[in-house]
Design a protein around this ligand. Structure first.
Ligand code: 5RP
Length: 220
């Protein structure tokens, strides 16, 4: 089975988690694109959605979903998104698609985060996937120096300006044994908009696709 087929499988499974009559939070990335495709194919009613990227907004609008401004929405039930890595404690690295800031905002508004991945994203310790950090361009070198002092090797993502007009440093070489502490530490650096560590609010449910079907991990 290809990784693409696994993504379709988990995207289909996520349809069961769409709340009826409530706003749905929608993440970004290729797995989420498959999820949006499945909403369209199966004509699943979605009363309205909040979106974590311009690309997601376009895809949702293309299948007729009403996309609303988070400022005009109350905290809502369910946010569905992919991840680049997920550890056994439901901490995640996100931001491979450069949408981490809006994803974190929507995560903070959701009662439940449902993470949809294929099995390749499950890891024992976060950090093999370079940690994305969205930064204000004028702070690039100073943030990079600080990240080096924390033991990482930041690399500016080429040809990437986020939906917020910012840049991304991908931090290589981290072995993240305390995701919450590192998330807080990096968030404190002046010029950092968002770090792609989702630990203070991680996933509540992880759906992961395997050749044997979709497995469900639930917190606590
Ligand atoms: C985008 C993200 C994505 O959820 C993450 O990169 C996973 O993407 P994909 O489903 O394409 O593997 O965080 O910013």
């Amino acid at each position: 089975m290809t990784q693409d087929e696994l993504k379709v499988m988990v995207a289909k499974a996520a349809l069961d988690y769409i709340p009826s009559g409530s706003v749905l939070g929608v993440g970004s990335g290729s797995t989420v694109m498959k999820f949006i495709e499945q909403i369209g194919i199966n004509k699943v009613p979605v009363s309205a959605a909040v979106s974590s990227s311009n690309k997601t907004t376009e895809a949702l609008k293309a299948i007729g979903v009403n996309v609303v401004d988070p400022n005009e929405t109350q905290p809502y039930e369910v946010y569905i998104d992919g991840a680049d890595e997920v550890d056994p404690n439901f901490n995640m690295i996100k931001g491979g698609g450069a949408c981490l800031t809006r994803e974190k905002i929507l995560t903070s508004m959701a009662k439940k985060f449902i993470c949809i991945v294929d099995k390749s994203k499950l890891v024992e310790t976060l950090g093999k996937f370079p940690l994305p950090v969205e930064i204000i361009p004028m702070a690039r070198e100073q943030v990079a120096r600080t990240l080096r002092a924390l033991g990482g090797e930041p690399v500016l993502r080429k040809d990437c300006i986020t939906d917020n007009g910012c840049e991304i440093l991908d931090v290589h070489g981290l072995n993240i044994t305390d995701p919450l502490a590192l998330e807080q530490k990096i968030n404190q650096i002046p010029g950092v908009v968002t770090v792609g560590l989702f630990a203070s609010k991680g996933a509540d449910i992880v759906l992961y696709a395997t050749e044997e079907g979709v497995k469900v991990l639930k917190r606590g």
